[in-house]
Write a protein that binds this ligand. Structure first.
Ligand SMILES: [Zn+2]
Ligand SMILES: [Zn+2]
Length: 363
């Protein structure tokens, strides 16, 4: 069928709307009419050719939410009309998938960034030529997308579907880090570096989990105000003596630090602020060199932990986050600014500059 998608071509400042052809759903897939889709920094990096190498032209987008329009012959858990949030790609067969740890799927890199389905086919064409798709098994910068049943999370129909897309990546990454990767217990302490959508989701999750102390660190005063409103107990403007300031707040250090930035110096501060047996989690690569103080890690039994997708199983954790939202404890809508799909250029620029926390395209 003919659909409209935002296509990433090399050299363009942002994806460009075009008419493209969408395949028939495979037996394990659902066809989803996209209602809204968030823009994530991974989209920005892949579009610019700065992130994980992806083939182009490609349709990006991996925070889609929409309504199931068609189901493949083998789909058993979803039906036409169901509301779904699309999450990441995973194979369903490897040891991590079998252990319900899909973010650490042994095939997820290829399935997320390879521009094709598991069998190598692409669901998209343009003027009869192959267009790369299946980005994170969705390519949701489009009016319609195909997604495997296993990565589509059914959500209650009474919820505001147009706000739910970022639960599939940004929000679950932050909240999952606290609930699933750290398993933070009441009374523990955490420092969150970077008050963007991932960091602020972590702040809200830490409050829900009963953290005694939640310190947010960022360079933008507006972001710190938002962090305070969402549950941070202290806020710090990021600078060269951040680690020393954190030591003043917690003399023995913090149980956890969560680094959502790519600033090399922050990787150091996020370890220096740890208490004995503390854990420093991080979600992206530093954009330059930094040196790891191995002796300091060793001395206190401290840990450095890479965290993908919050280490969370979306089929379990997205419904939990929606329960917290209904209870007024996970106010993710406060992070969202909506744009029309046609205004993707404006939304793209606002995401790049940090003018908005989480842009969402209304399709
Ligand atoms: Zn993302
Ligand atoms: Zn797998």
């Amino acid at each position: 069928m003919k659909i409209t998608a935002a296509v990433s071509y090399e050299g363009l400042p942002c994806p460009k709307l075009a008419e493209v052809e969408l395949d028939e759903p495979h037996p394990d897939e659902v066809q989803v009419r996209i209602v809204a889709t968030g823009i994530c920094h991974t989209d920005l990096l892949c579009h610019a050719g700065l992130g994980v190498p992806t083939p182009r032209p490609i349709v990006l987008g991996h925070e889609g939410a929409g309504v199931v329009e068609r189901v493949g012959a083998g789909v058993r858990g979803l039906a036409v009309g169901d509301h779904v949030v699309l999450s990441g790609a995973s194979c369903g067969l490897c040891p991590s998938c079998r252990a319900a740890r899909p973010t650490y799927c042994r095939e997820s890199h290829r399935l997320s960034f390879g521009g094709a389905r598991a069998d190598g086919s692409s669901p998209l064409r343009r003027n009869g030529e192959r267009l790369h798709g299946a980005f994170f098994a969705q390519s949701s910068f489009a009016t319609h997308a195909l997604a495997p049943e296993r990565s589509a999370v059914k959500v209650p129909a009474d919820l505001p579907l147009h706000l739910l897309g970022p639960l599939g990546c940004g929000f679950i990454t932050g909240a999952g880090a606290v609930f699933e990767a750290f398993r933070l217990r009441p009374g523990q302490s955490i420092v969150v570096f970077g008050a963007g959508s991932v960091g602020l989701a972590a702040v809200m999750a830490a409050r829900i989990a009963g953290a005694a102390r939640i310190v947010a660190v960022d360079t933008l005063p507006g972001r710190l105000d938002l962090a305070r409103a969402l549950g941070a107990s202290e806020c710090l403007a990021s600078g060269p003596d951040t680690a020393a300031q954190l030591r003043e707040i917690e003399r023995h250090g913090f149980d956890f630090s969560f680094n959502t930035t790519n600033v090399p110096a922050v990787y150091g501060a996020a370890i220096e602020c740890l208490a004995n047996e503390g854990t420093a989690g991080y979600v992206t690569r530093p954009r330059g060199e930094w040196s790891l103080n191995v002796a300091f890690l060793l001395a206190g039994g401290r840990k450095l932990q890479g965290i993908l997708g919050g280490s969370a199983n979306p089929q379990v954790v997205i419904p939990q986050l929606l329960t917290y939202w209904r209870q007024g404890r996970f106010e993710f809508e406060r992070l969202i600014t909506e744009f029309a799909f046609e205004d993707i250029g404006t939304a793209w620029a606002a995401c790049e500059s940090g003018a908005v926390v989480k842009p969402v395209l209304r399709v």
